[in-house]
Design a protein around this ligand. Structure first.
Ligand code: ATP
Ligand code: MG
Length: 427
């Protein structure tokens, strides 16, 4: 019997996890510059939190949920996305109260779960980095948040990016557009996929998001939502494009773009990388405005704007564009110890260096001296200490700076009492 990880999941091993840390650190620093602070919500939620917000007729809720009844009979689901849980927390903790800053801005990073057909850039447990801003209906919030996402990718060294935007308008817009879509698609009802025939009556907007080939041909000729915008929706969208122009940020408008979640209103956007290797999985960031969602989950009417970045897809893009992320690890000291009698002293020396606040490693495998020096080299140690039986007797240790080649004998007591002095002298 051999065990394997569940289908659609990954083990992130050392070597790879450093990249994750670097990306997460970059996000933390940038998001803090924009005054976003971290929120951590549970990995599972009451089913209703997700179904109410994401929408019953979406693929996420109708097909992709990891839901179950717990031992207390509660209907629970692993979270498929980050926004609904955060809105739940925002309402539950009354974060709209006067003691909190407005807009209230948070970021998150962590695993999401969707029962999908696994393929490149599409997993069952995947990871998102995302942000949410509550309380501002100013189009400047839409624009600065989209620009922050673009800036994040630029900081990581990704050059081939496309910002694609659209608007889903307000309720009035949606009702008018819904009628227009029903008229358009009804004319081809028989030729639509089974899913889309159902969507036609439940939620015709969802047909626009269909990945079915037959559906796509009718989506291409579908009416444009831009022709159905209410005055308020038109005004908001015009301000967004004006502000993007003012910042000289290039973008494209894609009038049939919708998102796979029902809660969006007004501005929606995706950031794509056009690498052919990613295929249909070219969207590395997606988000938009959700002005009704807080109310939907029982809070006061509060506008919101957010996005989520797909980590696994981002990593594929970085690999495809041959972006080298800086190494995170650095070893300050390696302690070569020769002969069994040095074992205890090598332990003491290594621990003393670590206690002084430096990174240190030593051989614990009884390797020959040559293999130990090789190890030190491989780990890129800045200082190499060598402790043999002669040194031990004399109460000294040899230290060599790998950068300069300089070496000397120092007293073990100096290591124990003032390691920083040795480090400063040698480096
Ligand atoms: P898609 O149309 O590719 O299924 P989506 O519209 O379902 O994407 P969102 O729910 O908007 O995606 O999630 C935001 C981002 O999270 C996506 O742009 C993508 O980068 C990433 N993402 C979504 N689902 C997955 C998944 N199953 N595996 C890996 N990344 C994912
Ligand atoms: Mg999806």
């Amino acid at each position: 019997m051999s065990y394997q990880r569940p289908k659609g999941t990954n083990d992130i091993l050392p070597g790879e996890s450093e990249k994750w840390q670097f990306i997460e650190d970059t996000a933390r620093l940038l998001f803090n510059d924009y005054q976003y602070y971290e929120i951590r919500t549970p990995s599972f939620e009451h089913y209703e939190v997700i179904s109410r917000s994401v929408g019953d007729t979406t693929d996420i809720v109708s097909k992709e949920m990891y839901d179950f009844y717990d031992k207390g009979g509660r209907h629970i689901t692993l979270r498929p996305e980050g926004t609904a849980p955060i809105v739940r927390a925002y309402v539950e903790h009354k974060l709209f109260g006067p003691e909190y800053s407005s807009p209230y801005k948070v970021f998150y990073m962590g695993p999401m779960f969707r029962y999908e057909r696994p393929q490149k850039g599409r997993l069952r447990q995947f990871h998102q980095i995302g942000v949410e801003a509550f309380g501002s209906d100013n189009p400047a919030t839409d624009v600065e948040t989209m620009v922050m996402a673009m800036e994040f990718f630029k900081q990581l060294g990704i050059s081939q990016l496309r910002l694609v935007i659209n608007t889903l308008g307000d309720q009035e817009t949606r009702e008018n557009y819904r009628q227009a879509l029903i008229e358009h698609f009804s004319a081809h009802e028989e030729q639509l996929s089974e899913d889309s025939q159902r969507r036609l009556h439940e939620n015709p907007l969802r047909i626009l998001d269909s990945k079915d080939k037959a559906d796509k041909q009718f989506v291409a000729t579908a009416p444009s939502i831009l022709d159905y915008l209410s005055t308020a929706a038109y005004d908001h969208f015009t301000q967004v494009t004006t502000m993007l122009d003012a910042l000289e940020v290039p973008y494209e408008i894609e009038p049939t773009m919708v998102r796979g979640l029902d809660y969006y209103t007004h501005t929606i956007f995706e950031i794509m990388n056009d690498n052919p290797q990613l295929g249909a999985q070219s969207t590395i960031c997606a988000g938009g405005r959700y002005d009704q969602l807080v109310e939907e989950l029982g809070g006061p009417a509060t506008p919101g704007f957010g996005f989520a970045i797909g980590m696994e897809r981002l990593l594929l893009v970085l690999a495809n564009e041959n972006v080298e992320l800086p190494a995170l690890h650095q070893l300050d000291a390696y302690v070569v110890n020769i002969g069994e009698t040095t074992n205890v002293e090598a332990l003491k020396v290594t621990q003393a260096i670590r206690s002084a606040g430096f990174s240190a490693d030593r051989d614990v495998m009884n390797r020959k001296a040559k293999a130990q020096f090789k190890s030190a080299d491989k780990k890129d140690a800045r200082l190499v200490f060598t402790l043999g039986e002669d040194e031990l007797k004399a109460g000294t240790i040899n230290v060599k700076s790998m950068a300069t080649g300089e070496q000397k004998q120092v007293a073990l007591t100096t290591i124990y009492n003032d390691f920083t002095q040795i480090f400063d002298e040698m480096i």
